[in-house]
Design a protein around this ligand. Structure first.
Ligand code: NDP
Length: 264
């Protein structure tokens, strides 16, 4: 019987997930179809999932916390941050996972010897990534525009700075998790700070996808190896697809097919 998957979000029309997962199902002959569901009320997620007879789903903004609460069981890293982006129907039970942070780790796995990371920004994405980095005992520093959101990271014993008290160090990787550059041409911190940081970093990544942000452009000009958010998106998608097909497909094949959908 054909399996049905969906993504829940509000808005959801922009999501690339249907394209990514359908590309895999079609080209690897997996009998499944992936659609999108515009969901306004996160409380209705569980009922809607079962009403639609879904085998699995992804969850995007703003329902990732509601998805955590909707589950019968949450596995792995998702438990640590209380955020679920992937749901699997396991014999009528709703099982939750988070593949966002692991997807990022997968995306940067080709970068050599990452031990120290500077995270720019202190929002939801930063929280998930930092928690994941700390699981691997990486040395994490946070730089954010303002003080308030840094409290969370201070509690995790991370070194954290605002633009006003930043002290430069060498970083193996710098990750932009701010929304600077998403809808504007801003850098994630003042020019002089970003310039110093890039001159002392081996690799650069940005969570934003679909454009070369001013931050990545600067890294490119300085000949630093970089990745944009498409790799993070791809990483979470590959790991979610593995869960959807219960590891019946080869991971590299999933990645190859999914990657093709980025160039459609
Ligand atoms: P949040 O709203 O939770 O956090 C935003 C952060 O950006 C805050 O730390 C804020 O600082 C900072 N910020 C906002 N504007 C600026 C600016 N002009 N200059 C410097 N700092 C700024 O956002 P999310 O964590 O949910 O998302 C962040 C980005 O990650 C978005 O661009 C999103 O599209 C992207 N993303 C990509 C994913 C992928 O798969 N590739 C997955 C998830 C997110 P302050 O505290 O001072 O306000």
């Amino acid at each position: 019987m054909k399996k049905l998957f969906s993504i829940f979000g509000n808005p959801v029309s922009h999501s690339r997930s249907p394209l990514m997962h359908n590309g895999v199902f079609k080209h690897l002959n997996y009998n499944a179809c992936y659609t999108r569901t515009h969901l306004q009320d996160g409380e209705a997620l569980r009922q809607t999932f079962f009403d639609l007879k879904l085998s699995g789903a992804n969850v995007t903004v703003p329902h990732k916390e509601a998805a955590f609460n909707a589950c019968d069981e949450v596995r792995g890293f998702a438990n640590k941050i209380g955020v679920v982006n992937t749901l699997v129907n396991e014999n009528g039970k709703l099982i939750g996972y988070n593949t966002d942070a692991d997807g990022f780790m997968y995306a940067i796995s080709e970068f050599d010897s990452i031990k120290s990371i500077l995270v720019l920004g202190a929002g939801g994405t930063a929280k998930a990534l930092v928690s994941r980095f700390l699981e691997d005992s990486l040395d994490v520093t946070i730089l954010n525009r303002s003080e308030k959101r840094l409290l969370y990271f201070k509690d995790l014993n991370c070194t954290s700075y605002t633009w006003n008290n930043f002290v430069l160090s060498h970083y193996d990787l710098v990750v932009n998790t701010t929304s600077a550059g998403l809808k504007d041409e801003n850098l994630p911190a003042p020019d002089s700070i970003i310039d110093q940081i890039l001159n002392n970093s081996n690799y650069v990544a940005d969570a934003i996808y679909g454009k070369l942000t001013p931050f990545l452009k600067l890294a490119k000009d300085k000949h630093i190896i970089y990745k944009d958010g498409a790799d993070m998106l791809l990483g979470q998608g590959v790991l979610a697809n593995e869960l959807f097909v219960n590891f019946e497909l080869n991971k590299k094949d999933i990645e190859t097919q999914m990657k093709k959908t980025f160039f459609l």
